[in-house]
Each structure stands twice: as C-alpha cells, then as structure tokens.
Ligand binder design. Structure first.
Ligand code: SAH
Ligand code: SF4
Ligand code: F3S
Length: 453
C-alpha cells in the first residue's frame, strides 16, 4: 500500500497565473496527488511565478532557496517553477537553482502531466518553447465555488515599451467561442454564479480566429462573445479584464449596457495621463481618447465603476508629466487604481534608455499618487451610502466569522452579518450602512433566490 502523495502550489502575479494554477492543480489531482496546506509536507511544490516588476521576480528566489535546501535532505521532493519567471529565465534558472526538476513557461501549463512524467522518469526538464496552447481537458481545481476565471485569449501582441508580458506569454491565441461557452455551461451546472473572462488584452479577442463579416469586421469579437455566452443557465454575473483603451469600442459599451448579466465595472488601465509619455510607452492612445471612453461609458451607465492601472516614474517622466497623471486620476475619479513605480525589465526597450529616474523620485511620486487614489476612492464609495446593493456572497469574512463577504456589481467588497452556509452563492440585497475607500458594510434586506436550472 502506498500513502497519498501531496502537492502545494504558490501563486504570484495576475489573474492569468491564478487561472493557470487552478488548471495545474486539477492536473495534479487527476494524477492522484492531494492538496497539502503546508508546503513542508508536500512531495511536489510548484511556484507559479510573476516577473512584471523586479520585486515580483526576487520574491520567488527567496522562497525557492528554502525549498532547495530541503531537497538536499529529501531528494524525492519535486520542485517546479512555472509561469513568467520560468519563461524569462529558462535554463538559466536551472544553473541558479540546480535542485529544480522542472522549469515550465505559461504556455505549457496544460502539459503539466506529460512534463512531470518525464521528470519522474529521471529527467530535469525545461519547457519554454513557443507552442500552440492545447485545449484543456482536465477539470481545474478552483479556489472559489462561486466565482470562476475563464481564459478567452492567451498572450499579447502589443509592444508596450515597459512590459515583459509579450516576451513571456507569447503571441495572442484566442479560444473558440464554442469551447468557451462549453466551459461556462459546465460552470453554470456546477453551481458557479459569476465568471470573469480573462485576457491580457481582452479587446483583442478573436482577431486571430478565422472569419470576417461583410463589412470586414472580425467575425469573433469580445462583444459578440458576450452576446454568445450571456444566456448560459445558472451564471448570474459576467465580468471581463483587462481592457485596452486602444481597442475599446462603443459597440462593446452598448453591449454591456444592454446585457443585464454583464457587470457595470470596467478595468481599463491608462498607465499615464501625459500624451508624450503614452507615446513613449507605445500605448496607441491619448489622454483625450481615454477620457472620451470613460465619458461614453458613463453616458450609457452613469453608475459604472471604473478601475485602472498606472505607472509612475517611467523613463524621462518630468514633474509636469507626472502631474498630468495626477490630473487624470483626479478628473476621472477611479473606484480603484493599481499603481506601480516603473521597474526596468529584461528584454524591454525602455529598460535600455538612459533617462531612468532615481528610486527616490519614483517612490515620492508613487506616494503622492496613492494618496490621491485613496481620497478619490473614498469619494466614490460615498454614493453607496444608504443604497441597496446586490451582493453575491462568496465567503466568510475571515476577520469576523459572524459576517459574510461578497461583491457588488461594481466590484466593491461588501461585508454583512450572515451565515455562510446559507448564503454562499446567493445574491443578497444589502442596505449599505458603512463606507470605506475600498469596502462597504451593510445590513441584509432580502435574499434574491438565484434561478437554478
Ligand atoms: N495587459 C494589461 C496589463 C498587464 S500588466 C494592460 O495592457 O494594461 C499589469 C500592470 O502592471 C500594467 O497595467 C502596468 O501598470 C504594470 N506594469 C507592467 N510593466 C511594468 C513595469 N515594467 N514597471 C512597473 N509597472 C509595470
Ligand atoms: Fe503588457 Fe501592453 Fe500587452 Fe498589457 S497590452 S500585457 S501592458 S504589452
Ligand atoms: Fe506577472 Fe506574468 Fe501576469 S509577468 S502579471 S504573472 S502575465
């Protein structure tokens, strides 16, 4: 009799990585492994890594060091580095950490079983070549029972001058509408209530798929996909991310206004509020165009919540240019803004420019921007006060077990008193009684019985 072998996965980075980790966990379970909460009890440890900024990359090395040491005492431990650092570093990672068994880029996530079998046969394996991503046949092991990620397009064909993603995630590959719908239909059957369609540049969905309309438009666009998957039984809410201002269309905005299940929340990174910097970043739009997009969204959906990403301290950014970012941030009034100090990345054009800014300037600007973001988010939260919001309950509040937590359609985290066993997966009408910059508290008014099919 053999005892069960255990695995542990540590995930860094964005939603794509989280989705990949869930699929890899599914593959490991299919192979007979069981999840262990404690990495030190696991026979297989997988790090799914991120390299968007230097601090994200460095985090991995410190974690890895500890497990590499353990492997010296426990040679049958299997150590895997997957994701974007694996793709960026490839074999160099094996030289740096010889204890590693498997280094695999994000495009190879669905091939984990084959790769591991090769490892168990005695090989040290590096899988980083560009491949066509195979449709996944394994059930992902999803973290939530209520909300689920659904990849619709992998990779990115943009060339933003600061960004490693195209280097590590490869070219755009869209999944077919049929396979996306089939995955969502299954989620609906399993009781999931909310899906988030994922892509680094989700507006590019379909441009690599064959077919066009008589007017010359691609046959498959994000807008068409939203209409195509909207009526999947059981699914109550649809979100999507990340949008690119260059390709964001009024047709898409209309669809979101038109389709009741699509949440009125838009995540559209602007990166900078200065036209010269936007050009240096190769973003392909101006701040005027960005403002027009937001105006159009608000014309159709006055209450829509808007979030974004921004970078401060891009090479050559002057104080005045930075102030244009502050100005855009103040004018739009974001519900949420992810901010970051520019970090030079290997293999990207901007990393080689000689007009880099000092760390002091970058962190000073980051602080000033964050300060404004908090003020604006608190202002945006005001509108919820006293209102009745529909909250989809996801989990217990870990800090107060008498409370449950969920999100409004606009993606505000909301807490209220309730029993998770009764409420998980339910949409509850909640009267908002307390507001904070990034979360709300309220009192339940009515549980809307979700339509089950
Ligand atoms: N595809 C998305 C974002 C992908 S990366 C888009 O086009 O907007 C997530 C965020 O990380 C980016 O929006 C950007 O704000 C930030 N980022 C990317 N590269 C960075 C770098 N080199 N330094 C600092 N922040 C960076
Ligand atoms: Fe990076 Fe630009 Fe692609 Fe976003 S669109 S992933 S920022 S290259
Ligand atoms: Fe990081 Fe890779 Fe996502 S670099 S942000 S995990 S695409």
């Amino acid at each position: 009799m053999t005892t069960k072998r255990h695995y542990h996965i540590i995930t860094f980075g964005c939603q794509m990585n989280k989705a990949d980790s869930e699929r890899m966990a599914g593959i490991l379970e299919d192979m007979g492994f069981e999840w262990s909460d404690d990495p030190n009890q696991a026979d297989v440890i997988l790090y799914n890594t991120c390299t968007i900024r230097d601090n994200a990359e460095q985090k991995v090395y410190s974690y890895l060091g500890r497990q590499a040491k353990r492997k010296q005492e426990q040679p049958d431990l299997t150590l895997i580095v997957a994701g974007c650092v694996a793709q960026q570093e490839g074999e160099a990672l094996l030289r740096r950490v010889p204890e590693l068994d498997l280094v695999m880029g994000p495009q190879h996530a669905n091939r984990l079983k084959d790769l591991l079998e090769s490892v168990f046969a005695g090989n040290q394996v590096v899988a980083t070549e560009e491949v066509h991503i195979f449709e996944d046949i394994t059930q992902p092991r999803r973290d939530s029972q209520v909300t689920a990620w659904v990849n619709i397009i992998y990779g990115c064909n943009e060339r933003c001058t600061y960004c490693v993603v195209p280097n590590v995630r490869g070219v755009e590959q869209s999944r077919t509408p049929e396979s996306i719908r089939a995955e969502i239909a299954q989620l609906g059957k399993q009781g999931y209530k909310e899906i988030t369609l994922l892509g680094q540049n989700i507006d590019a969905y379909g441009r690599d798929l064959p077919g066009s309309t008589p007017e010359g438009r691609h046959l498959h666009t994000l807008t068409d996909l939203l209409y195509y998957v909207h009526d999947v039984p059981g699914i109550e809410r649809i979100r999507f991310a990340t949008s690119h201002p260059r390709y964001f269309t009024e047709r898409l905005i209309k669809a979101c206004a038109d389709l009741p299940k699509v949440c009125e929340h838009f995540h559209i990174p602007f990166q900078s509020g200065d036209n010269e910097l936007l050009k240096a970043m190769s973003r392909g739009y101006t701040h005027e165009k960005y403002r027009r997009i937001i105006d159009t969204i608000r014309r159709y959906m006055p209450d829509a919540s808007i979030s974004a990403d921004a970078i401060v301290g891009f090479p050559g950014e002057t104080e005045e240019q930075f102030e244009n970012t502050l100005k855009l941030t103040a004018d739009i009034g974001f519900d949420m803004l992810n901010t970051a100090a520019y970090s030079p990345r290997p293999g990207t054009p901007a990393a080689l420019w000689d007009n880099q800014l000092s760390e002091e300037v970058k962190s000073d600007r980051l602080q000033r921007l964050n300060h404004l973001v908090n003020i604006k988010a608190a202002e945006r939260s005001q509108r919820y006060f006293g209102r009745i919001e529909e909250v989809l309950v996801e989990a217990q509040n870990t800090k107060d077990t008498n409370q449950v937590m969920g999100r409004t359609g606009g993606n505000r985290l909301t807490f209220f008193t309730g029993d998770i066993n009764q409420l998980q997966g339910q949409i509850v009408k909640v009267k908002i009684t307390e507001i904070r910059a990034f979360s709300l508290t309220g009192e339940p008014v009515e549980v809307r019985q979700a339509v089950t099919v």
